[in-house]
Design a protein around this ligand. Sequence first.
Ligand SMILES: Nc1ncnc2c1ncn2[C@@H]1O[C@H](COP(=O)(O)OP(=O)(O)OP(=O)(O)O)[C@@H](O)[C@H]1O
Ligand SMILES: [Mg+2]
Length: 302
Amino acid sequence: MVPVATDQTGDVVLRLEQVEQVYGTGESVVHALKGVSLDVHRGEYIAIMGPSGSGKSTIMNVLGCLDVASGGVYRIDGVDVADLAENELAHVRNRKIGFVFQAFNLIPKMTAQANVELPLVYGGVGRAERHERAARALERVGLAQRADHIPQQLSGGQQQRVALARAVVTEPAIILADEPTGNLDSVATNDVLDLFDELAVGGRTIVMITHEDDVAERADRVLVLCDGRIVADRATGADMHRADRVRAAQAARAATPVDQPVADGGAQPPHGAHAARPQTTWLQTTPMPITAVSTVPVQETA
Ligand SMILES: Nc1ncnc2c1ncn2[C@@H]1O[C@H](COP(=O)(O)OP(=O)(O)OP(=O)(O)O)[C@@H](O)[C@H]1O
Ligand SMILES: [Mg+2]
């Protein structure tokens, strides 16, 4: 079991204290993070911007426990990650955090359904429950009709929605996204950002890297990194109208035939289905516990 928060950090879920990251040695040394301090509060939606090479992905890798910082302290829910054993870190990565990447990172030979089930396979969830939860996650991103498709049969926007379903199928409290709209056109970008809005309204904590100003403006707070340091940190006010935007997006989705709207292209649904999109959203869900956690690697051909 991962130790739980003390009152030391209040509602701060992620805390970086003078975090440094140094890559390489000698002449090739790179100081990717030069003493970054940051508090992310529960339910906050943060965008991180900054020039290429400024340390955005480096900070994300530390936040996601994919990489260990070379200096400073990183706490999740008040717990110093340096005190966690490898199996506890794996537990945090699998249960507390959902990851979304620019390149989608779906497994090419697996269907959308199987891709979304994968974190549950690693979490030791039984077959029937896995199937049901993944199907529901796909329904929430409007892709129930595409469950049997493999990634190459899906457009970029659809693939990213599958990746988002995979990120949230374990009901993580924290979503980390590294340029999730970097490979998408503006319509698909908007679709994906609507889903992030739903997650934010549903209470998830979100940290998203982006190069695009209009994407960053959808977050509550924008941080700018430059040369391994935070050089700006401002509120956007986007949270004030988010619930209204979510309701409007849901109403629009409900009124639109499945797979019709998006310039998200792709093939037509396999059976020509054009029912209205399902209304299930993250607003209506409560986290479901994963009953058993396995840290034993599982074959990806489940
Ligand atoms: N594994 C590594 N080994 C050596 N240097 C690295 C490594 N990862 C990142 N760096 C260096 O650290 C710095 C920050 O890289 P990072 O990937 O965090 O930038 P970024 O802000 O995400 O850039 P981009 O917008 O291009 O994705 C860069 O100078 C990069 O070359
Ligand atoms: Mg990067």
